[in-house]
Design a binder for this molecule. Sequence first.
Ligand code: DOR
Ligand code: ZN
Length: 343
Amino acid sequence: MNKITITTPDDWHIHVRSGQLLKTVISHTAKRFKRAIIMPNLNPPVTTVSQALQYRDEILHALPKTSDFNPLMTLYLTDTTSVKDIHEAAESEHVHGFKLYPSGATTNSQSGISQLEKTYPLLETMQKLAIPLLIHGEVTDSDIDIFDREKVFIERHLTTIIQKFPALRIVLEHITTKEAVHFIQTQPQHVAATITPQHLMFNRNAFLVGGIKPHHYCLPIIKREIHRQALIAAATSGNPKFFLGTDSAPHLKHHKESSCGCAGCFSAHAAIEFYAEIFERAGALSKLEGFASHYGADFYQLPRNTSTLSLVKENWDIPSAYPSDEHEIIPLNAGQHCTWKII
Ligand code: DOR
Ligand code: ZN
């Protein structure tokens, strides 16, 4: 197949930052996606509806006037989030979920939850008001190996949360393991997961063999091949519990290429093209539209987009860097070619 046309996709998990970095990255997403769930892990985090609306305005101002991109906002759950905050969020047409970061799990997660049990009254309210909980599902206990953090989170915490709040709508974000795939498959329909392009394209050899590759470092960390295969099977299965969330997470080059480099892959420059490559290689291009354009909207109880996006089979070169003021960001697969192109 040399051309595909799908309902315009949405990105159900992305970091677009603020200030100059936002201006550098946002048009890449707006060119490909109609909507995106915007992560709230700014510094300081986005914790209230008024902060989310202010952030949404900043995003809209960073876009060309002609853009019809719609940023869907989320709030950052902290130890001081109140039941009132949840009510306000549920009443806002622009806020679509709360993001739970275990404290210390990833970039700007220092304001995250220190003890999950403390959030239970909040989860109770979210369940009642039908507002989704988006979870960075990794434990942060220092005795747990970084490659096991997702699996242990599911065993120790997610299972209990689902038992206690059986109607709570949950997205386990950026899943990376066969255990997570299996877990999601066995849960009710309102427990779903997003999958990133990097976890579908790479196993841990990609960043550890032949020299360390900091631009392939993200959290949760990329795992073994057996997990990548399970993720591909899930994404291309046509099961609506699995949908697109790039987790595109730009950092300046010097913050990645450092003795203590930041976690995050910037994939917004070619996100839907990467997914098209992955689905084509799996012989499942016909399943791309559901994963990229239908299931996420259905989960969030939003209408599916009515416009379309076409991609053609055509090579183009991914730049080696994108300038951002006097700095640069390095895109995923920098300097390589991409085999699908958006029209
Ligand atoms: O690799 C990641 N980068 N994982 C996350 O969970 C956060 C993100 C970021 O904000 O940089
Ligand atoms: Zn993320």
